[in-house]
Write a protein that binds this ligand. Structure first.
Ligand SMILES: Cc1cc2nc3c(=O)[nH]c(=O)nc-3n(C[C@H](O)[C@H](O)[C@H](O)COP(=O)(O)OP(=O)(O)OC[C@H]3O[C@@H](n4cnc5c(N)ncnc54)[C@H](O)[C@@H]3O)c2cc1C
Length: 420
């Protein structure tokens, strides 16, 4: 019988594991609750109307079309029966495995206030991005028709909670949209008067970067017209806006870019987990007591970066996926020794609007337009396929030259996606 590898989740980790198994003597089944692989680093650009959804997502089935040994299934995994070695699906189905790779990622968390989610959507899926785009554009549309100055001010106030890379990128892009791209399109409001407020609980934005790069990002955002509130924890999110510190701020659009909660993979397998629900795995990325189960990417945690926890970023998930594939290949050849995972960090990147970025490669720190070009080229390089690379490059060039964003579309209702 051919060895059957089941991979749950076709994000960066799961896809890398599948790619790493190309040519191996295995049968692979990929199960994902969505039919597409998503390039999350550019999601904020869908949310801010720079690019279209199809430019950063690919049907998994299509990506695996040349791999006859790979079966792709659309389904929501709800559990794992480790005794009978079966993955359990929401619709009552099950799939047996010889080796299981759990790569189900994470989602934003509201620090125990899940009731805030309807008022402050986060950014993780295409549906999240189009929800954000819809809310931002609808708020501007309503402001155009609003005659009451107080209500209009609330419609023109955009709050972003969380000063990590996603919050910074969202704040910069919304400020650029409102202050530079949209003014010629409205007749009754001046979108340059829109307030973009970034609220961060810590003492500085981009805490994973060095202090000078973080200070540069702060100054660049302020130049774009973003108001930054540091050392301010949000205490309340509601239809009216937010309360941070003891200050209420009326805002019709609040976006959440703080906090992470891992998928339920740890609970499915009865594994110990950290405070964010990430499974604590063995040094070879297996589940303790279950060498046939690997847990990788954002849904796991491991101190494999010179003794520090591996960061929850795409290259880390990819490296783990490839490590798992190599381990499976070695095992098939009869090698049973534990292969320890070691994370290689290549750097941190974040962009601030369309002319500035910060890059920290450790050996090289860059900021400004050169960093922005490197950020842009790196992201285009990591997209899959020539068509998408060209489409994104063309969209950026178009916005850069004309200042006009063609993806300003209000679509779909208030559909909320399922959490992983
Ligand atoms: C807005 C945003 C911006 C980011 N920017 C960057 C960046 O600039 N650079 C960077 O390196 N990293 C960035 N990241 C982080 C990066 O995207 C993640 O670290 C990476 O996606 C983790 O890969 P993963 O394979 O663990 O999970 P994911 O890529 O999230 O994939 C998980 C997959 O599992 C599926 N799944 C989940 N639950 C189930 C279930 N129950 N049943 C079936 N399928 C399920 C999901 O549908 C998904 O396809 C960003 C993340 C976000 C959200």
């Amino acid at each position: 019988m051919t060895h059957h590898v089941v991979i749950v989740g076709a994000g960066f980790g799961g896809l890398a594991a599948a790619q790493g198994l190309a040519g191996a003597d295995v049968k692979v089944t990929i199960i994902d609750q969505r039919n597409h692989h998503l390039f999350q680093p550019l999601l904020y650009q869908v949310g801010t109307a720079s690019i279209a959804t199809s430019e950063i997502a690919w049907p998994i089935r299509h990506l695996m079309r040349a791999r006859k040994e790979v079966t792709t299934l659309l389904g929501v995994v709800t559990g794992v029966d480790t005794r009978s070695r079966a993955v359990l699906l929401e619709d009552g189905g099950m799939t047996n495995y010889d080796t299981l790779v759990l790569a189900t990622g994470a989602r934003h968390a509201y620090f125990g206030h899940d009731e805030w989610e309807p008022y402050a959507p986060g950014l993780k899926t295409l549906e999240d991005a189009t929800t954000i785009r819809r809310r931002v554009l609808l708020s501007l549309e309503r402001a155009e028709r609003e005659t009451d100055p107080t209500r209009r001010a609330a419609l023109l106030t955009f709050v972003i909670v969380g000063g990590g890379p996603t919050g910074v990128e969202l704040a910069g892009a919304i400020a650029e949209l409102a202050h530079h791209n949209l003014p010629p399109e409205y007749r009754h409001i001046d979108t340059r008067q829109a307030r973009v407020v970034l609220i961060e609980a810590g003492p500085r934005i981009l805490p994973s970067f060095t202090e000078d790069l973080s200070a540069y990002a702060h100054a660049s955002l302020e130049r774009l017209g973003v108001e930054i509130q540091l050392k301010q924890a949000v205490r309340e999110c509601s239809e009216q806006g937010v309360i941070y510190g003891d200050r209420p701020l009326a805002a019709k659009v609040v976006l959440w870019a703080a906090g992470v909660r891992a998928s339920a993979a740890a609970a499915w397998t009865g594994l110990p987990a950290d405070n964010a629900g990430r499974a604590l795995v063995e040094p070879d990325l297996t589940a303790p007591g279950h060498p046939e189960i690997f847990v990788i990417g954002d849904t796991a945690t491991i101190n494999a970066w010179h003794g520090k926890p591996v960061p929850g970023i795409a290259p880390a998930a990819k490296q783990q996926g490839l490590h798992v594939a190599r381990t499976i290949r070695m095992r098939l050849r009869g090698h049973t020794t534990q292969r320890l995972f070691r994370y290689q960090h290549s750097g941190n990147l974040a962009t601030i609007g369309k002319r500035a970025a910060v890059i920290d490669f450790g050996w090289l720190k860059l900021r400004g337009w050169l960093a922005w070009w490197i950020w842009g080229l790196a992201h285009i390089y990591f997209l899959i396929g020539v068509r998408n690379r060209l489409a994104v490059a063309l969209s950026w060039l178009w916005i850069y030259v004309t200042g006009s964003r063609s993806a300003c579309l209000i679509t779909q209702g208030e559909h909320r996606p399922r959490s992983p």
